[in-house]
Ligand binder design. Structure first.
Ligand code: PEP
Ligand code: MN
Length: 357
């Protein structure tokens, strides 16, 4: 075979490649059109029976030289690529997606930015127990220059016999003490009907792990204009987590902070398993700020420093930590809270590397 013949055949191949390219893109456009119609009617995009029928029809017409299995394999790849094209479109459409907004969202808690240049620390007791308890924590935080105080007034407890929180009274305590020390309040709300009321007292509405898919609560949080700290569910995928955030943002409340707090696994030496990979993935997929709760993810105080460093090194915008004047007598999460001297030491260590406020 002469060199010229090969050249000619190569030219023919190049032409066929272009034809193939044109035809698979034409096919992709049709798939997208079908995807749009399915979206309008809320129909599942992937239809396995339809895919099987298409493959059988193609194989019936196969005259070689490819064998049937190879043809099946090739077309399956085309089908898969088309389907992921629809998923990409779908992801692109999410308001919380980085594809939708490339710039980082900086959530303004009053005059205090979360997700900006500086890393933030949210610290405070698991539960609000008394004004004196909150005041002691706030005093230390003020001294250390930490601005966001946390404390649960509505406690979602595993056992109904455990301390359930002080309710609205707890929120009032937080507000009074925070105002006294120039701090901002982060507190969990568990009932949709309480969201409106809570906006009088809190600066950030926390939605806890157990309520990440409480859609009515998410909708209520989306209807107010207060920052929301949304925690990842105990067994939620990152996709589900972002959809939960989308519930809030799609209602017009764009000020959402994501918080990785560990997920359920078989491991028992930590309370939950901190999914550190969630941090860079969430930062990549979404423009929302990401925090890591180092207390609930580990359930222990002896590894907080390396865990906090890992979180910040992975790109978290800040950390949450539970601190109590006297952890051993705390009414909830006694085993994981640190005392105020430990809080000071943790901050001192972290500030050697990170600018934490
Ligand atoms: C909390 O932060 O008070 C809390 C209950 O955490 P989580 O919802 O992550 O369990
Ligand atoms: Mn707790």
């Amino acid at each position: 075979m002469s060199h010229q013949q090969i050249e000619k055949l190569r030219q023919k191949l190049d032409e066929i490649n272009l034809q193939l390219l044109q035809i698979i893109n034409e096919r992709a456009s049709v798939v997208k059109e079908i995807g749009e119609i399915k979206k309008r009617y809320g129909v599942q995009k992937f239809d396995p029976i339809r895919e099987k029928d298409m493959l059988e029809r193609i194989v019936q017409h196969n005259e070689g030289p490819f064998d049937d299995n190879t043809v099946r394999h090739l077309f399956k790849q085309i089908f898969k690529a088309s389907l992921s094209l629809l998923e990409d479109d779908h992801k692109k459409a999410l308001l919380v997606s980085r594809k939708r907004q490339s710039k980082d969202t900086v959530v303004m808690v009053g005059d205090f930015p979360v997700g900006g240049e500086r890393n933030v620390m949210v610290a405070g007791p698991c539960s609000v127990e008394s004004e004196e308890q909150v005041r002691q924590v706030a005093q230390t935080m003020r001294k250390l220059g930490i601005r966001l105080i946390r404390g649960g007034a509505y406690k979602p407890r595993t056992s109904p016999y455990d301390f359930q929180g002080l309710g609205e009274e707890g929120l009032k305590i937080l507000r009074r003490v925070a105002d006294e020390f120039g701090l901002k309040v982060v507190s969990e709300i568990v009932h949709p009907a309480d969201i409106e009321m809570a906006t009088q007292y809190v600066d950030v509405i926390q939605i806890g792990a157990r309520n990440m898919q409480n859609f009515e609560l998410l909708k209520a949080a989306g209807s107010v204009r207060k920052p929301v700290l949304l925690k990842r569910g105990l067994a939620a995928t990152l996709e589900e987590f972002l959809f939960a955030a989308e519930y809030i943002v799609s209602r017009g409340n764009t000020q959402v902070i994501l918080c990785e707090r560990g997920i359920r696994t078989y491991e028992k030496w930590t309370r939950n398993t901190l999914d550190i990979s969630a941090v860079p993935i969430l930062k990549q997929e979404s423009h929302l700020p990401v925090l890591v709760d180092i207390s609930h993810s580990t359930g222990r105080r002896d590894i907080l420093l390396p865990i906090a460093k890992a979180a910040l090194a992975a790109g978290a915008d800040g950390i949450m930590v539970e601190a109590h004047p006297e952890p051993s007598v705390a009414l909830s999460d006694a085993q994981q809270q640190i005392n105020l001297a430990q809080l000071e030491e943790l901050l001192k260590q972290l500030r050697q590397t990170y600018d934490l406020v």
